[in-house]
Each structure stands twice: as C-alpha cells, then as structure tokens.
Write a protein that binds this ligand. Sequence first.
Ligand code: CU
Ligand code: CU
Length: 410
Amino acid sequence: MAFLGVGDALDGQVNPDLQVNPGDIVEIILENGDNIVHNLAIPDFSVQSPDVQQQDTQTTVKFKVDQEGVFAYFCAIAGHRAAGMEGKLIVGNPPEIVGIQAQDLSRSPDDLPGPLNRSVPENVRLDLEAVEVEGRLADGAAYTFWTYGGKVPGPFLRIRVGDTVEVHLKNPATNTMMHSVDFHAVTGPGGGAVFTQSKPGEETMFTFKALNPGLFVYHCATPMIPHHISNGMYGLILVEPEAGLPVVEREFYVMQGEIYTQEPFGTKGRLTFSEEKLLNERPEYFIFNGSVGALTDLHPLTAQVGETVRIYYGVGGPNFTSAFHVIGEIFDRVFDQASLTAPPLTDVQTTLVPPGGATVVEFKVDVPGRYILVDHALSRLQRGLAGFLIVEGPDQPEIFNGTPTDGSGH
Ligand code: CU
Ligand code: CU
C-alpha cells in the first residue's frame, strides 16, 4: 500500500516528498485508486480528510503551513500507515534536510602537555569546568554534548607519582545538570565523585595524593552516570612514574566513545539523546575524540618516517570494549592495561581496552602512507569510528613495495 504522485514532478513517485514553503496554502487531492477505504492525515497541521470509499472517488484537503520542518502525511485507516501509506511534507529548508553546521568540539590528538621533567613530587592544582554545549557530531548533524572544558574528550591531565593534587570542579550557573568527577587515579571513595557533586552555579574541590603511576580514565559520576559519560564527560590523566617516560618524537591523545541518538546513524539536523538505546547498549555512533571525522578529516595524527609514536588511548565508552588496532602497523610496545610499572608487551597487533580503561602503545613508523586507527570490531567503522595517522617521508621499498590496486583493503 502506498500513495502515488500524480502529474508533474511527482508523477509516479511512491510516497513522494511534498516540498512547500512556509506561508503557503497547500491543497492536496486524494484520489482512491483502490477498492479499499483510505484517507489522508497530517496531524501536525490538524489535517484529516474524509474517507474515500471507492475506486476513482476524490477528496481534497486545504491548509496553511506556517512552520518550517518535516512532517508526516499518512493514511489513518487502521494498519495502512504501517503497511506503507506514509510520506513527508517538507516545509522550507529545515535542518533535517539541509543539515546544521555546528561548531567542532573534537579534541585534537596533539592537544596534550609534554613531559613534566621533574624528579620530585609537587603540589598541583587541576581545574575542570563542566560545559554543556551543542557541537558537531557528524557532517550536518549537531548534538548537545556535556564536556569538561568544552571539548571531547576532556583535557589531558599530566601529573607525577607522589604529587598532592587539588582538584577544582566548576559547574557554571548556565548549565542545566549536576556534574562531578571520578578519577581512576585517585585512592579514596568515588575517586573524588563524593566530594564533587556540583549543582549549576557551584564549585567543589578535593585533594588526593597520586600513589600509583599509570594512565587513568576520569569521568563524570553523576546519575545517570552512563548518560553523562556517553554525552562526552571523560578524559585521561597520566601519572608519570618517578623516572618519567622515555622521550619519543610524537605523543597523541585518543579516546573512544559512544553516542546514543533517537535518530538513526547518518540523520542530519539536531539529534537527540535516547535513554532507551543507552540502556539497551545500542549506540548509533562510535567516535574517536568526540565526533565522526575528528581524527580523519578534521585533526589527523601526523608523523615523519623514522619517528616513534606513542598513543595514550582510553575508552570513555560507557559500554563497549575496544579492540584497538592501527591498520598497517604493529605496536612495538603495549603497556597493557596502561600499567607503566609492568614490562610492556612487545610486537602486538591488536590490544583490548575496556570501558573505563586505557593503554599506552608505542611504535616506530618505518614506511610513509596513511594508517587507520580502528576498533577491530569493524562494524563500528561504519558508525563513525576511524582515525588517520599520516606518515610522510621517503619510500622504503626494502620494507614495503608494490603497485596500489583499486579499493581500500586491509
Ligand atoms: Cu556530568
Ligand atoms: Cu569509573
């Protein structure tokens, strides 16, 4: 069952898009081409035609459209809409059709502080600000993120083992939600979350001593916690060991997250959060550093042939374990589970990173070209999860040589 367009541009189209402009008076003639009763309803404009009972009978509806948007028209006879009698009335150029150009909130992977280079513990102050802000989720799609500092992930924090840390969390009065922070680097109840539940307009603080070196996730721990995390409230804190880490040419900061929208993946416009999908663990989007394309088109990782790359990699999640892999490279060293005191694994293809967990990987880039960061659960590539590492320098035919073929294999 369907509506068929009659005449002009609509002729023969099944359930045609009806494009009109705001302020238009719209007239739709419904002709029954069937021997079953049908009608036409557009509830957003209080339109409900009489039933057309027999073949070749007609009815007409006439109404004014005053509001831009995409609206459903359908047959209101029981079961007919579900059977296919549904189309779109498009008024003007609504964001669902033309898309929204929202600001980029994604964190650049080279946005992290360098090594501390100090041999003694200090008193350190860390300031975090909760920022609720609309940003670009994908091309043409906007989403209201909850963030630390206005970007996703939150700032990369770097301290040294033995430091005494004073954490301040500010929740501006312009926000709508309570927020907090739980550092996995903290020894103490809630990782700090019990001292930092902050209403809009409040600032809270606590102190902790960094007892264990490593790379740790921090995240908001205000109920419903997975809602706050999925909306973007996560980051990494590196607690450097006493001797620091060996110097490498490139350090990067990458985090994986999930976005649960009511609208299907790829929808344009202003997308909205789905609690049902969150609780069912059915994300529409998987993202590196806050948005689709953050680490491909917008902020790819770059290096030169011969350099050693270190990636600080964490999973905000909140739900999915990442099988972290770089297509075309082998990790020379993996600090498994982000332990910096155990000896690293060597020569690893793919490494598991659980939600609320992290890893540190290092590898020398020997051959120029484009390498792709993925979660090797590759269906997630189709839902936005990819990053590029672009390596420049002279070809190395003794390591890698051949003629490119069509298509991008793996
Ligand atoms: Cu929060
Ligand atoms: Cu946690």
